[in-house]
Ligand binder design. Structure first.
Ligand code: IMP
Ligand code: MG
Length: 211
């Protein structure tokens, strides 16, 4: 599902956004309901492909937590209602690569379980957004040292950017233009995770929340 570069999105007034962010946002780009509908389908595709295996779902914090939780809810619903079901366990890792709206060159692992617990497992990495691909490539190479049986990556968003390394996840929700997006757990210096829709930040807000 590709969101074109000339996508206008929706006026804020058409939806509900937290009062404390009303001045900070330009437009709604992906309304919460559309995120949910697309996530439901990704859950179905994942169960179709990985069904029958035990999956360790690895959430990349913090940005991945909403998508992770909603995706797993949909997988759970399928497990309850289909012939094929996937036993699920969960794991968390925290990575940081961003300052303001710029990707930094270093990707830091700052917490989470020992990756060695994933040896021999079928791992589904759940990420919010792939931009340059550096974060995911770093995580994949760290993970490969632990010899998991299988690794698949699902990212809610993939950015079309000339800075990309060419990396593509196995499953993706939306391909988006080269814009800085917030909401649905995607943040700008920790703000906007508490916003349901995926939105564009205005220039004033980039200054207001700058560190
Ligand atoms: P990459 O290493 O350049 O692929 O960047 C991926 C990470 O940067 C993601 O996991 C996000 O945490 C963060 N990121 C990239 N683009 C955005 C954005 O538009 N909004 C919020 N966070 C972003
Ligand atoms: Mg992330």
């Amino acid at each position: 599902l590709s969101i074109p570069d000339d996508e206008k999105g929706y006026e804020l007034d058409l939806f509900c956004v937290p009062k404390h962010y009303e001045e900070d946002l330009d437009r709604v780009i992906i309304p919460h309901g559309l995120i949910m509908d697309r996530t439901e389908r990704l859950a179905r595709d994942i169960v179709r492909d990985m069904g029958g295996h035990h999956i360790v779902a690895l959430c990349v914090l913090k940005g991945g937590y909403k998508f992770f939780s909603d995706l797993l809810d949909y997988i759970k619903a399928l497990n309850q209602n289909c012939d094929k079901s996937v036993p699920l366990t969960v794991d968390f890792i925290r990575l940081k690569s961003y300052c303001n709206d710029q990707s930094t060159n270093s990707v830091k692992v700052i917490g989470g379980d020992e990756l060695s617990t994933l040896t021999g497992k079928n791992v589904l990495i759940v990420e919010d957004i792939v931009e340059t691909g550096r974060t995911m490539e770093t995580l994949l190479s760290l993970l490969s040292e632990c010899n998991p049986k299988m690794v698949k990556v699902v990212s809610l968003l993939v950015k079309r950017t000339p800075r990309g390394s060419g990396y593509r996840p196995d499953y993706m929700g939306f391909e988006v233009p080269d814009w800085f997006l917030v909401g649905y757990a995607l943040d700008y210096n920790e703000y906007f995770r508490d916003l349901g829709h995926i939105c564009i930040l205005n220039e004033k807000a980039k200054v207001k929340y700058k560190v």
